[in-house]
Write a protein that binds this ligand. Structure first.
Ligand SMILES: *Cc1c(COP(=O)(O)O)cnc(C)c1O
Length: 356
């Protein structure tokens, strides 16, 4: 067990086995006598890690042969640019469900014509707005889990145009029909590892026959054609991703993980709805099972700072809400143990007792 209960939004808590393997590999990578930080990425030992990691992605998410998974640096924020660079020809449509969605849209606007079909900005992105996917655009972009506001889109949409999704904070937390997407991407540091590496699952045929020049490192085809090793990849973050995916597989894969995620989220939301001192912020139908956002209930705002202190004394860290929304946010990604969720629920109950 960890010394503290980590609810950070990202980088987030990692499986113990991944951390242990990382420590071991820093000293001696797979019996080579070298640290994973010292080996050449052009070796069969490293090739094996890349192959294993790709294979784990394909197996866990059931990725069809039409798609390939690639790894790149620069974060999901670089992904915003990759999307527009690779898929925007004349016009693109976005669903504006938060700050990350807005930042994605900004990159497309910088490179061409792009707009938001709907927005939930009017109520601080606390819900997923109604929308219709236009049929006259190059692609439609969504953010499936809105990390800052605790909302999510829980189904794979039927789209008349290529569908692109930022799944930074909910990848590997539910079964996804990959064939419905032109591209799925995100940073690793929420559910599949730590920061420094990002992933994209792309439909390969869409990368053929493009006529404009795309800078080499922004061209997804460069990554597909070179097994994500056109240049030196982020070796250590990929190693941690590999170990995190192995852990996920050992837990029973995505379906088992999804069931546990649902259970953890229900524990917290039940307590928020029951406890007289707290109120949830997201519309119930749109509640995320990854980021649980809540505030002091009306009239109890003066208890906000106190609860953070109280939680800290109970070894609970990372529950302060994003600076743009305030309140509290508990990020309960795959690797967050159910014991940590129980500890937070107990802490909320105790806080209510004390403040009666
Ligand atoms: C964290 C996050 C990002 C930004 O990720 P970086 O890797 O820091 O660029 C983008 N989108 C979503 C949904 C996120 O949760």
């Amino acid at each position: 067990m960890k010394k503290v209960h980590i609810f950070n939004a990202g980088p987030c808590v990692l499986p113990e086995s991944a951390l242990d393997a990382g420590v071991q590999a820093l000293q001696d990578f797979r019996g080579t006598g070298m640290s994973v930080l010292e080996i050449s990425h052009r070796t069969k030992e490293w090739d094996a890690v890349m192959d294993e990691t790709r294979a784990l992605w394909k197996e866990l998410l059931n990725i069809p042969d039409t798609h390939e998974v690639v790894f790149f640096g620069g974060g999901a924020s670089m992904g915003f640019l990759l999307v527009a660079m690779n898929f925007l020809r004349t016009r693109a449509a976005y669903l504006e469900t938060g700050v990350w969605a807005r930042k994605a849209l900004k990159e497309a606007k910088g490179l061409g014509d792009a707009y938001a079909v709907a927005s939930s900005a009017d109520r601080t992105y606390s819900y997923i707005p109604e929308f219709t996917i236009p049929s006259d655009v190059d692609y439609f972009h969504i953010t499936t889990n809105n990390t800052i506001y605790g909302t999510s889109i829980k189904e794979d949409l039927d789209s008349p145009v290529p569908l692109i999704a930022d799944m930074s904070s909910d990848i590997m937390t539910r079964r996804v029909d990959v064939s419905k997407y032109a591209m799925i991407y995100g940073g690793a540091q929420k559910n599949v590892g730590t920061s420094g590496v990002s992933f994209a699952i792309v439909r390969k045929d869409l990368l053929e026959g493009r006529d404009k020049y795309i800078p080499t490192m922004l061209d997804l085809k460069t990554y597909v054609d070179n097994g994500s090793m056109f240049n030196t990849p982020p070796v250590f973050p990929i190693f941690i991703m590999n170990e995190t995916l192995k852990w996920l597989k050992a837990q029973g894969g995505i379906d088992a993980m999804h069931a546990l995620d649902e259970k953890k989220a229900a524990m917290l939301y039940d307590e928020i709805d029951r406890n007289s001192l707290f109120a949830g912020t997201a519309d119930k139908k749109d509640r995320s099972i990854m980021n649980v956002c809540f505030v002091p209930s009306p009239g109890k705002e003066h208890l906000e700072a106190g609860f953070l202190e109280f939680a800290k004394a109970h070894k609970i860290v990372g529950i302060k809400g994003h600076r743009s929304v305030g309140g509290f946010r508990a990020s309960i990604y795959n690797a967050c143990p159910i014991e940590s969720v129980r500890a937070l629920v107990d802490c909320m109950r105790e806080w209510e007792e004390i403040n009666r």
